[in-house]
Ligand binder design. Structure first.
Ligand code: AMP
Ligand code: TRP
Length: 350
């Protein structure tokens, strides 16, 4: 057996391997960047083995226009590259090119219970009032997500706060599988939810998550926005008339103010407390221009590099294909072992 696939060290413990994914269902936002992508780069730069996936099979749980999906997948890949993902050090690919995800997802549909999936808040939010009209895929989505992670025996999963419940379900699936079959085969993953911006809120409404699917473009900063758009969105972000306080507790009940402080802290790689120590007593008239300058200095170069990568979509496709080959080499043997454990007859010669 290929020990890379097994992902266990000599003591039989699972070796550290990071896996995470982002849906290519629209342009990536500042929320994706601070909550996920920037930390993907940090994990890679720490020298950990990192596997990153554009989860196109997840995207189609709600309607996707085929031409837009293709364009969004390439754009998301360009965003990863522009943000610092190095395809020489990380494995970067799109999910549908590695069929082990869908196959293991089916197995996990048979492990997860209806009750577990029915409790998922993301399903409830996305399905809305008319659950009868939601796709079966939207309901089963978390078992596919568990498959994404466990097909690599990944141990650590960096995500934003909104994915915590899905990761708990991934742990439950691994534990139930191991228990039902009397094996120690799937690792029980650790969520990595850290930093000042694990939940970036909308710039128009500090109680709602910043999202690529929000109908208002002014509610979010897109990684593809240019310097002028970034600065304008921050200038127009909803705030309150009070100056910034000197303690975090005093931001209670001021969700928009708290959000901008958190964004500043994350972009500056510091803490919200340190931001308040610097800006206490100042109003948004002076804070917003400073935040805009900071955001432009971090994000605008990423947007510029994205545009450069997008000039050569064939090169992006080539990189995703090469990444998928490397991903497959890890996932395929783990899937084969899973089928063995399940009792499937495995008799093909090829
Ligand atoms: P999605 O865009 O839903 O595929 O999310 C991809 C990753 O970005 C996940 O790890 C999310 O938790 C993270 N993410 C999405 N939106 C936000 C947000 N507003 N704040 C922080 N993290 C986010
Ligand atoms: N469900 C995640 C989201 O909507 C995306 C995702 C799919 C993911 N598979 C994953 C994240 C595996 C981490 C690991 O944001």
């Amino acid at each position: 057996m290929d020990d890379r696939a097994q992902a266990k060290d000599t003591a039989g413990r699972f070796r550290t391997r990071v896996f995470s994914g982002i849906q290519p269902s629209g342009g990536l936002t500042l929320g994706n960047y601070l909550g996920a992508l920037r930390r993907f780069v940090q994990k890679q730069d720490e020298g950990i083995e990192t596997v990153y996936c554009l989860v196109d099979l997840h995207a189609i749980t709600v309607w996707q226009d085929p031409a837009r999906l293709r364009a969004n997948t390439r754009e998301a890949a360009a965003a990863f590259l522009a943000a610092g993902i190095d395809p020489g050090r990380s494995i970067l690919f799109n999910q549908s090119q590695v069929s082990a995800h869908a196959e293991l997802g089916w197995v996990f549909n048979c492990v997860a219970r209806m009750g577990w999936l029915g409790r998922m808040t993301q399903f409830k939010e996305k399905a809305g009032k008319d659950r009868e009209a939601a796709s079966v895929g939207l309901f089963a989505y978390p078992s596919l997500m568990a498959a994404d992670i466990l097909a690599y025996h990944a141990t650590h999963v960096p995500v934003g706060e909104d994915q915590k419940q899905h990761l708990e379900l991934t742990r439950d699936i691994a534990i139930k599988f191991n228990h039902d079959f009397g094996v120690d085969f799937f690792p029980v993953v650790e969520p990595v939810i850290e930093g000042a911006a694990t939940r970036v809120m909308s710039l128009r409404d500090g109680t709602r998550k910043m999202s690529k699917s929000d109908p208002s473009d002014m509610s979010r900063i897109n990684l593809a926005d240019d310097a002028e758009a970034i600065a304008q969105k921050i200038r127009k972000a909803r705030t309150d008339p009070e100056p910034l306080p000197d303690s975090l507790a005093a931001l209670d009940g001021r969700p928009e103010a708290r959000n901008l402080v958190n964004i500043y802290a994350a972009l500056a790689d510091t803490t919200p407390e340190a931001v308040l120590a610097e800006f206490a007593g100042q109003g948004f008239g002076s804070f917003k221009p400073r935040l805009a300058d900071l955001a432009v200095s971090v994000l605008a170069p990423i947007g510029v590099r994205m545009t450069e990568y997008l000039r050569d979509p064939a090169e992006i496709d080539r990189l995703l294909g090469a990444g998928a080959d490397r991903a497959e080499a890890i996932a395929r043997p783990i899937l084969a072992q899973t089928f063995d454990i399940l009792g499937m007859v495995r008799s093909r010669r090829g």
